[in-house]
Design a protein around this ligand. Structure first.
Ligand code: ZN
Ligand code: ZN
Length: 339
């Protein structure tokens, strides 16, 4: 039987390269995908922390942001055939729990996720059910398509605020999430867009992606500079870090909106509730996108979003650990692995 190299989670901070058999179709709706590109996500870093910042199943092949080409389809598969190119939507809701039936599959009480609980994309091949796969145009470069999952989550946040041309935005954090918000807001005509990050490497990318003003919260008086640049404060503030809610309230204009996207279970910043009431602020928590893949794929296919500008490292799969180290050393924005 054919073997392939895979990055396998072994529990408590440990991942190894393992020889695995190339997966075979098991269920009638299974599809075998040859992976073309797979991104290393912040979640992968959290999975490998001690103690873990995100749960995962030991024995699972990691990698949940990936794109590839269909090799083989099960008997009941009708929407795909061999040769089709696909983006993988790794979260697979159960479809029958209370939240799924309320139209909130992102809060599914059963379900699973490829690359976290089931085998994912850090390998040459991956098996996925038909409903987890979205067909993409044959000419959409894998370097762009590999961002489909990340952008689908970010669209969950941008959909809440529906920014208008001429509105201003402040994005706190210039990692892949913050920079994706920047791409969306630029495409929507927001201006000025201010991005903050403590990390020089990431600030450089915020400039490169077209932020109007890039600030270092360790050196710059952010509140003052945002006020100068926007007049009234930012119409929309995004916390892409997960611990900057109090700071977000300081930066937002009266009547503005705050999106809380970053996740940090330890963060417990003090908020003066009256500031939210008096400033007339709307606050949006957002976790994963709901039905956002089709629109993200359109935006990628039509060239409205070109996220590959965030790729700092394009490495062969067997250099996974180099990519991981670059992210941990904050010398990378997005690392893409090519099997
Ligand atoms: Zn991810
Ligand atoms: Zn469910």
């Amino acid at each position: 039987m054919d073997k392939m190299l895979a990055v396998v989670f072994k529990g408590e901070g440990n991942a190894v390269f393992e020889e695995r058999p190339v997966p075979r179709l098991e269920r009638p709706d299974d599809v075998l995908v040859a992976v073309e590109a797979a991104g290393i996500c912040g979640t992968d870093v959290h999975i490998l922390e001690v103690p873990p910042g995100h749960p995962a199943r030991p024995g699972a092949i990691l990698g949940h942001e990936y794109t590839g080409r269909v090799v083989e389809v099960g008997q009941t598969v009708t929407t795909l055939q061999p040769g089709d190119r696909v983006i993988v939507a790794p979260s697979i809701p159960c479809g029958i729990c209370r939240y799924c039936r309320l139209g909130r599959p992102n809060k599914c009480e059963g379900g699973t996720a490829l690359g976290i609980y089931q085998d994912g994309g850090f390998a040459r091949y991956s098996r996925a059910p038909e409903r987890a796969l979205f067909k993409i145009a044959p000419d959409l470069p894998a370097d762009e398509a590999v961002y489909g999952e990340l952008l689908s989550c970010v669209m969950g946040g941008t959909g809440r605020v529906r920014i208008q041309p001429g509105e201003s935005a402040a994005i706190l954090g210039a990692g892949p999430v913050g920079l994706s918000f920047l791409l969306f807001f630029k495409a929507a005509g927001a201006r000025p867009i201010i991005v903050t990050d403590t990390d020089a490497f990431r600030r450089q990318y915020a400039h490169k992606l077209g932020a109007d003003l890039v600030l270092n919260p360790l050196d710059d008086p952010v509140q003052e500079r945002v006020r100068e640049a926007t007049g009234l404060g930012a119409d929309v503030v995004v916390d892409a870090v997960g611990s900057l809610f109090p700071h977000s309230i300081e930066l937002v204009a009266y009547g503005g909106k705050v999106v809380l996207f970053g996740m940090n279970e330890q963060a417990v910043g003090a908020i003066r509730q009256n500031d939210i009431t008096f400033k007339d602020i709307s606050i949006f928590g957002t976790h994963l996108g709901v039905n956002t893949f089709p629109l993200v794929i359109r935006a990628l296919e039509r060239g409205v979003l070109k996220p590959s500008v965030m790729t700092t490292h394009r490495l062969p799969l067997d250099r996974f650990f180099d990519g991981l180290a670059a992210i941990k050393a904050r010398q990378a924005v997005k690392v893409v692995l090519v099997p």
